[in-house]
Design a protein around this ligand. Structure first.
Ligand code: HEC
Ligand code: HEC
Length: 401
């Protein structure tokens, strides 16, 4: 299914991999022709994102440069239910600003009621992510990724497969779009098409940046009072060899997947943290095997992307399948060196998972240490970001889609 989608992406986005700029995408373990056609030449974003000096400039495809009209158009499209078959869902249905662009559900229903196998991900700082979604080493660009919810069929999310013409008809009927597409895409003759829709959505998403949490102000902004004493102790624990968190959550997004102008060679990694061990040999539930689903390699079983921990206090429930409800429970999982599920179909002792990362050995943790790590995680909540009008629903009464 993913393969078919990437082939569609190659057609919809053909022309993207233009120019002689050096593409910086890495070869992926399961590289195939469809994905290699989609390597994007990346360049630093020149559009003014209003970032503080310490923040590294994100990259964008040379073939889809940001401009103000494109960002505004992408924002409108992101909040537009006309992008779903029955006009019931927009991207924002599963990516809500006040929840750092997650949806608060373990897994999310699409237009047919079918659930996504995985938990909706935060879009904060997604411009810095060189590999998208929980466990797909082939998805390198937002332009490709947007096609998954729009036209993906397993699961159906927005249900637009085969409805390209219907989509264009719907969008052409909107005066705001008739104005914005030409301004956004002078290079593409103002075309209203699936290709320009995914480009505009991607442009908007590249502006969804969160860099003003109390921890940012403390660590990078020089404001020594921005976080509590408890959070400062939590930071030391997080970066200690006893707790090991920093091995996988280590860049300024607390992840180990990153790409930007100062680090143009993408860092990409996937890990097994011992969430499951169904058969004693490391098996994860059949519909959620991680990177193994695409590569077919047994050693990739249970390997997922370490998500950014920005705004993590508001992005519950946690993990690729939303199977952990609270940050306290996440700490229990790591302290145990892998989760034990005592009964039911997923019964198993994650601690004994033979495929688990050696950085999840388990540890003893005092009540104070637990509180400190949680205070540290809470210091990543960027309240301005969660309310910033730049990212909110632009459709006003009277022009609602
Ligand atoms: C039905 C719910 C739903 C809808 C609608 C939806 N998404 Fe998502 N989104 C998800 C889920 C679930 C994931 C994780 C997918 C996975 O790992 O397989 C995700 C992942 C993503 C990611 C990857 C983020 C990362 O850090 O890797 C991006 C980007 C994204 N969605 C953008 C969009 C855009 C753009 C739209 C609208 C065109 C959209 N989503 C519509 C549920 C949804
Ligand atoms: C071996 C790499 C690794 C280490 C070490 C690690 N993590 Fe993670 N972390 C991950 C991965 C991978 C996931 C997603 C796992 C999944 O869904 O199966 C994750 C998920 C999380 C989540 C859930 C985020 C979300 O949005 O769902 C939190 C919170 C978290 N880790 C905190 C920590 C803390 C605190 C520590 C140290 C005690 C730690 N991690 C150590 C790799 C790691």
């Amino acid at each position: 299914m993913i393969r078919r989608l990437l082939a569609t992406a190659a057609v919809v986005l053909s022309g993207c991999a233009s120019g002689s700029d050096q593409p910086v995408s890495t070869a992926s373990p399961a590289a195939e022709p469809a994905s290699s056609q989609l390597e994007f030449a990346l360049v630093p974003i020149a559009y003014d994102l209003g970032l503080p000096d310490w923040t590294p400039p994100p990259l964008e495809p040379a073939s889809n440069r940001l401009n103000a009209a494109k960002v505004e158009l992408g924002r409108r499209l992101f909040y537009d239910v006309r992008l779903s078959a029955d006009k019931s869902k927009s991207c924002a249905s599963c990516h809500k600003q006040e929840l750092a662009f997650t949806d608060g559900l373990p897994v999310s229903p699409g237009v047919t009621g079918q659930f996504t196998p995985r938990n909706s991900m935060s879009l904060a700082n997604v411009a810095y992510t060189p590999v998208l979604t929980w466990a797909n080493p082939l998805l390198h660009s937002l332009e490709q990724q947007a096609l998954v919810p729009l036209v993906g069929q397993e699961p159906v999310e927005m249900g637009m497969a085969g409805l390209d013409e219907e989509l264009v008809t719907r969008l052409k009927a909107e005066p705001i779009y008739r104005d914005l597409f030409p301004k956004a895409f002078p290079d593409m003759g103002g075309e209203i098409s699936l290709a320009t829709v995914v480009r505009a959505l991607s442009a908007f998403q590249r502006t969804i940046i969160s860099v003003n949490s109390p921890y940012d102000r403390y660590r990078y902004g020089g404001d020594v009072d921005a976080i509590s004493e408890s959070a400062i102790r939590g930071e030391a624990l997080f970066f200690s060899e006893k707790f090991e968190c920093h091995h996988c959550h280590n860049n300024f997004n607390m992840s180990d997947n990153v790409i930007h102008a100062r680090a143009p060679h993408p860092e990409i990694a996937f890990h097994n943290t011992g969430l499951y061990n169904i058969d004693g040999k490391g098996a994860y539930p059949a519909h959620n095997t991680g990177v193994a689903e695409l590569t077919g390699r047994p050693e990739d079983m249970g390997r997922f992307k370490a998500p950014s921990l920005r705004n993590v206090a508001v992005t519950a429930p946690y993990m690729h399948d939303g199977s952990i409800a609270t940050l306290d429970d996440v700490l229990d999982h790591y302290a145990a060196g892998g989760r034990t599920i005592p009964d039911g179909p997923n019964k198993g002792i994650g601690r004994d998972n033979p495929l688990k990362s050696s950085f999840v050995p388990g540890f003893e943790m005092s009540a104070e240490e637990r509180a400190d790590i949680i205070a540290f995680l809470r210091s990543f909540t960027d309240e301005d970001f969660l309310k910033d009008p730049k990212f909110s629903d632009p459709w006003q009464e009277g022009s609602t889609p």
